[in-house]
Design a protein around this ligand. Sequence first.
Ligand code: HAM
Length: 406
Amino acid sequence: MAHTTLPGFRDFYPEQLAERAHVMRAWREVARRYAFMEYDGPPLEPLDLYTAKSGDEIVGQLYNFVDKGGREVALRPEMTPTLARMVGARANSLRKPTRWFSTPQLFRYERQQKGRLREHYQLNMDIVGESGVAADAELVACAIDICRELNLTSNEVVVRVSDRRVMHAYLAALGIAPDSFEAVLGVADKLARQPRAISAEKLAAAGLNVDQVERVLDIPHATIDTVEFAISAASGVGIEHVQELRNFFDYVAQLVPGGEAWLQFDLSIVRGLAYYTGIVFELFDRSGEFRAICGGGRYDNLLDAIGGTSLPALGFGMGDVVLTELLRARNLLPSMAQTVDYWLTADDDIPVLRVMSEAASLRAKGFSVEYALRRQSVSKQRKAAITAGARNIVHLTNSTATDSSV
Ligand code: HAM
């Protein structure tokens, strides 16, 4: 029986690896420009690192098992709990704010669908130790700059921004009881994907009256002005978070040329993960063809819960799968890089040791070099060189070497 990959797992042939490398190069380059330092953690973690804090959606998708030592373990489905543990363990000695990035492969037992696999690579960028909104702006600017680095524009990608605290203040201003917030957030999260009537039914079941149901269904269209007005007209509680959000928009516009064109206030951005506490955001393609490209936000209580130190923190995860699909759809993936600088061909009477010595001296100068690993006719060697896409063919004869560029 022929073997295939498990569902949702990928083989990376050189063409696909070149695409992945292209995306990862952009991630690294922008992370460097924003002065983030790289870290990594183990791919296998204790199960309870996730069951306590990640939220039901991720916990339901864990690849977990009991290891040979009887430990409950899980393949990492996300990086944030690992980061929280690592930073927590060295909280006193780390320079703050800590700006760290990582590009782990993550594993989630997801229902297979377009843009969602059971493994993916995810850029994680996080800032720990800064509660001010400039840090939130810095991260979103960074996510936008990655898109720009990959030649995407604000015509293709939008950053939808919300704030959990503003959302709570708005729901309270609509007279909705705090007990119903969780149910309302669950519905708001699905407004774009779920028929309106079903959302309305769920909201009514959560105890909302007809007027409240209508206002919640309209949340994706609520502007920051409407929301601010509603909060001030009610108790005014939470109004300071609206001002912070306005500052955030101004900062991003300053950090990225034309930054405002990428941003959209959208209170229906909820984010599935349980630990977010403040500004949250997601990047989508404007055409609505694909799933989220990137998601993140502020999680000021997670370090305390996992690392035992109370430090404000925020970050995002950007996966390779949707981003690569989008780049492919927009014709923005480069053709596979040519890798062979020199292909050495040789006459029949040239000893292989001489070919090897030529190869070694060119490689010592930093060139990539290939040659026939077994005796072959010159025409076969030439053909192999051309198939390899070699930039230069050097032909070795008993008298001289001739260099022909192709
Ligand atoms: P997340 O929204 O679960 O957040 O994932 C972030 C991004 O990873 C998504 O927008 C998507 O591009 C990609 N992604 C997630 N699951 C899959 C999948 N099954 N297949 C392909 N791509 C996927 C987090 O994981 C947070 N821990 C991010 C974060 C970092 N928040 C703060 N710091």
